[in-house]
Write a protein that binds this ligand. Structure first.
Ligand code: FES
Ligand SMILES: [Fe+2]
Length: 365
């Protein structure tokens, strides 16, 4: 839902500027990454999704359970409990035990087997894939998931290396996705890392939106002069560049430089709460230069870029709060923003068929 913020006044003056809405969405029936597989061992852990706390644990068979972090008995957080040796999660208050599906399997002092159904904890479907724990944003009792988690196309493919990075931004899901796919700020905020300030070269962005994604293909772009592209491809070469947003929360940047250099960055975003977004960035790349020579540079450079983005996103969020809502003004070179927002809103409303749209935009880099 969009959040309507109070504070407007019809009497004029500065107070009138303090009003607006914030681009906050709630996305049911979608998969999100809640933790790395390696973070989930013997102890239960707590994670937040759309501002709601879930407890994650592994049952006796190693399968991941995701339950609402609220014991159905007297509402104590289940994450304060422990995994029993039978693989159930035991509440720390009266010792009720729940399996990964949320059924109550044991109640101390209650004779016989408890009726698991009536005393269930709310459970969410889980998948473990590519070293990540994915959780579905609609409870399991509503039926089988209607989709599968995102697949990293080049992870573990021959010839490719992978670097994974987890970072958190103080921004809405929408602002964080737009930031990851926004070209104009790269030449300014990240001067020298991706692009230097404008070289005055006109390029074209071909935009194509379908029901679950929007893609911008940048045509006519020379190899960026920044550090990242120089490391990947010292000799330059023809550049193919795609930016994509894939529902519900994947920002994907793909570069091919020459025939041998290919980099695909999947930033999978988790809406922790309205104004906090966690980013699981998976960088897969293939390069002519030996990977051992570039691998050490990728993480520090990516972190540097992210740090600059994180500072800006936090300031943006502070300002939005201070003014009581957003008042965004856009031009045609804000290529993907409005498409991202339309897709998010359609997903929020559960619409299965969005209208297709194509567009062509010129910009100078
Ligand atoms: S509150 Fe959890 S068992 Fe009583
Ligand atoms: Fe950025």
């Amino acid at each position: 839902m969009e959040t309507e913020v109070e504070g407007g006044s019809s009497s004029g003056g500065l107070v009138q500027l303090r009003k607006g809405r914030a681009s906050v969405v709630n996305l049911p029936d979608q998969w999100f990454i809640l933790c790395l597989s390696s973070e989930l061992r013997k102890k239960p852990i707590v994670r937040e999704l759309f501002g709601t706390k879930l407890v994650l644990f592994r049952d006796g068979a190693g399968k991941v359970g995701a339950l609402l972090d609220r014991c159905p008995h007297r509402n104590v957080p289940l994450s304060e409990g422990a995994v029993h040796k039978d693989g159930t999660l035991q509440c720390p208050y009266h010792g009720w035990r729940f399996d990964a599906g949320g059924a109550c399997r044991f109640i101390p002092s209650l004779p016989g087997e408890p009726d698991g159904k009536a005393r269930r904890a709310l459970a969410f479907p889980t998948r473990e894939q590519d070293g990540f724990v994915w959780v579905y944003s609609t409870p399991a009792e509503k039926g089988e998931p209607s989709s599968a988690p995102h697949v990293f196309a080049y992870k573990d493919k021959p010839g490719y290396s992978t670097v994974t990075q987890v970072v958190e931004a103080k921004g809405t899901l929408y602002s964080t996705i737009e930031n990851a796919l926004d070209v104009p700020h790269t030449a300014f905020l990240h001067r020298g890392l991706f692009r230097s300030e404008s070289r005055g070269i006109s390029i074209t962005a071909k935009v194509h939106r379908t029901k679950d994604r929007v893609e911008a293909e940048y045509v006519g772009e020379p190899r960026p002069p920044g550090a990242i592209a120089r490391i990947l491809s010292p000799s330059g070469g023809i550049v193919t560049h795609f930016d994509r947003f894939i529902l519900p929360s994947v920002a994907q940047v793909e570069y091919r430089i020459g025939t041998e250099n290919h980099i695909l960055v999947d930033s999978v975003m988790t809406p922790v709460s309205d104004y906090v977004t966690r980013i699981y960035a998976v960088v897969t790349f293939r390069a002519r230069v030996p990977h051992w020579a570039i691998q050490p540079f990728i993480k520090p450079l990516a972190l540097k870029v992210f740090q600059q983005d994180a500072v800006i996103l936090e300031k943006q969020t502070e300002t939005i709060h201070r003014f009581g809502g957003e008042q965004f003004v856009s031009t045609e070179i804000d290529v993907l923003g409005r498409h991202i927002w339309r897709l998010l809103r359609a997903a929020e409303r559960g619409e299965k068929h969005g209208a297709e749209e194509t567009d062509e935009v010129s910009l100078v880099v």
